[in-house]
Design a protein around this ligand. Structure first.
Ligand SMILES: [Zn+2]
Length: 275
């Protein structure tokens, strides 16, 4: 039986004879079902029409995306640690070339994902490399292809390897997670942020939203909590969810000033918008 993939969000569902009736990830206020209606593909069909591409972001950090752009269009990141390679976030296509390249680099020790929009075909990846998937338990309800490889974690932090820590920030999703990489950016530290901390096109600010496509904000306390949770961690570079969404320097200061800017706007009295 095929494991159908939602064309809009890229989530792979448990194998079924017929396509699922709906995608709960898209049929929810953070995402959307397009006007053309719910549509599905399969991993096999996707592998015929698409292929994966690679970009070395820095030493020990490889971006893996899909061409042409598929679904939300995020790229995954392969992070080399003292214990082996961690895949951060995931994509819907795992083609033969990607399996061969990742195996030649030593395979994986695990997969960690920021939030359900990037669960993608995580079970395909976990099976191919025989590794666990670390998901925050706060998002358990959004797993569309349950599998023994999925390991839920609780609390605010989970160390994955030397200098590699998952931090549950919440916000966009209850279990929204970022990855702090202490050795990144030549030892100055890097934050792999998914879109829990959203890198903006101008790269001078980040933002935080409940829904990006539907422009729905978070509350001030939720954004302040993200700032407080990241406060103990130094980082210079922020790797967002797409190849080009990278804050190259001053990442920590940019997050903190963005929290202040966001909270001032959301708590404002309306007078600033008339000046
Ligand atoms: Zn969907």
């Amino acid at each position: 039986m095929p494991a159908f993939i939602c064309i809009t969000c890229g989530t792979q569902f448990a194998p079924s004879e017929k396509a699922p009736g709906r995608c709960p990830i898209c049929d929810e206020d953070r995402q959307y079902v397009p006007a053309s209606g719910q549509a599905w593909t399969t991993h096999e069909a996707l592998a015929r029409s698409h292929f994966n591409c690679f970009r070395q972001h820095e030493k020990d950090l490889l971006g893996i995306g899909t061409m042409p752009i598929f679904a939300i269009g995020q790229r995954a990141l392969l992070l080399a640690t003292d214990r082996g390679n961690v895949l951060w976030d995931c994509i819907s296509l795992l083609d033969q070339a990607t399996v061969a390249i990742v195996k030649a680099m030593g395979g994986l020790i695990g997969i960690a994902i920021s939030h359900p929009h990037y669960y993608a075909s995580m079970v395909e990846w976990a099976h191919a490399f025989e590794v666990p998937i670390h998901l925050h338990a706060g998002d358990r309800q959004w797993v569309m292809r349950p599998d023994p490889a999925i390991k839920f974690w609780d609390g605010d932090t989970l160390p994955l390897a030397g200098g590699v820590t998952l931090i549950r920030c919440g916000g966009h999703f209850a279990g929204g997670t970022v990855l702090h990489w202490a050795n990144g950016a030549d030892g100055c530290g890097a934050l792999l942020s998914g879109d829990i901390v959203q890198v903006l096109p101008n790269r001078n600010f980040v933002s935080f939203m409940r829904s990006y496509p539907n422009f729905f904000p978070l509350s001030a306390p939720a954004v302040e909590r993200i700032g407080a949770l990241l406060d103990p961690y130094p980082f210079e570079v922020i790797y967002g969810a797409w190849f080009e969404r990278i804050v190259p320097r001053d990442g920590k200061a940019i997050v903190q000033s963005s929290v202040v800017r966001y909270v001032a706007a959301i708590r404002g009295d309306g007078s600033a918008e008339l000046k």
